[in-house]
Design a protein around this ligand. Structure first.
Ligand code: C2E
Ligand code: MG
Ligand code: MG
Ligand code: MG
Length: 288
């Protein structure tokens, strides 16, 4: 408590840059302890089939119950985790936790787990995944790893080799945030992805913007032609959902359907039903 008070007193006189540096240091030392203190959680967001409205999968999304700041999302600490290497133990924990936590759920669904560049570069990743599969007893065909272009931008053979070895374990690989980088198309040739996830940026304006519509329908046709599935991210309105289905997108996730939520929200069919229909009459209608 004395230390805490000292920090706060200092903050009154510190120049902004010093304060930012200090806050970053504090966050880093907090993050170092977060795992052992049990402050990390995995939340899950359902992914639905746009034709049947069935839940086809759940994306695992990391959360941190920070002792002073409350619940914080990965955008606030992933860069730090990445540059400090803390993403390695944290990422391994996410994989184990997501598989263990969802193993008792009933139904036929995928579980999607995000992997950062440092994780995919790690020589331990494949054996960690193999161990987590073994420990949870999950069918590896139900696991899908999501990677972004940042993972693929790395030189050398390690990344494609690691992805191929994950595939050999039976897991699938999705290309996340598709269309946001510099050369998304060229990456599609380098690795046989199972799925393209269309970035929220294109979904956001799809209803009123013809260019977004053209881009989304091109991506869905491209995915089809390459034998890949397509999922649209960030569906917030019924209009977006209807239009994405018309534009040929197979699956979708977004706040309209369900926000990311803790595991217990999806642990039984009744709980899932309640969670999915909680978000407005539009979704209830849609699912009939
Ligand atoms: P992502 O993989 O593209 O995940 C989708 C993000 O969009 C999530 O943000 C999700 O909460 C958010 N989202 C979903 N539907 C909507 C919507 O309708 N509207 C809006 N505005 N947002 C929506 P989140 O959970 O903050 O995660 C951010 C990013 O952090 C993820 O982007 C992913 O790249 C990374 N990440 C999350 N969990 C993990 C993890 O366990 N390991 C690693 N390496 N990265 C993770
Ligand atoms: Mg993702
Ligand atoms: Mg994404
Ligand atoms: Mg993203």
């Amino acid at each position: 408590a004395a230390k805490r008070k000292g920090r706060d007193t200092l903050a009154l006189y510190e120049p902004a840059m010093d304060r930012e540096a200090r806050e970053r240091r504090d966050l880093e030392s907090d993050l170092r302890e977060a795992l052992s203190r049990g402050e990390l959680r995995v939340h899950y967001q359902p992914v639905i089939d746009l034709d049947t409205a069935e839940t086809t999968g759940y994306e695992a999304l990391l959360r941190w119950h920070h002792p002073h700041r409350g619940l914080i999302g990965p955008n606030e600490f992933l860069d730090l985790a990445e540059t400090t290497g803390l993403i390695l133990p944290i990422g391994e924990w996410v994989i184990r936790q997501a598989l263990a936590e969802t193993a008792p759920w009933t139904g036929d669904f995928r579980i999607a787990i995000n992997l950062s560049p440092t994780q995919v570069r790690s020589p331990q990743l494949v054996s960690q995944v193999a161990q987590a599969i073994h420990a949870s007893g999950i069918d590896p065909g139900r696991i899908e790893f999501e990677i972004t272009e940042h993972v693929l931008m790395q030189e050398g053979k390690r990344v494609p080799e690691t992805l191929a070895r994950l595939r050999e374990l039976g897991t699938r690989i999705a290309l996340d945030d598709f269309g946001t980088g510099y050369s998304s198309l060229s990456y599609l040739r380098r690795f046989p992805f199972d799925r393209i996830k269309i970035d929220r940026k294109f979904v956001e304006h799809v209803v009123e913007d013809n260019d977004s519509q053209a881009i989304v329908s091109s991506i869905t046709r491209l995915a089809d032609a390459l034998g890949m599935s397509s999922t649209a991210e960030g569906i917030e309105t019924r209009e977006q959902l209807d239009l994405l289905r018309k534009l040929g997108c197979q699956e979708a996730q977004g706040f309209l359907i369900c926000k990311p939520a803790p595991a217990e929200t999806f642990a039984t069919p009744e709980a899932v039903e309640a969670a999915l229909t909680d978000h407005g009459p539009d979704v209830v209608d849609y699912r009939k």
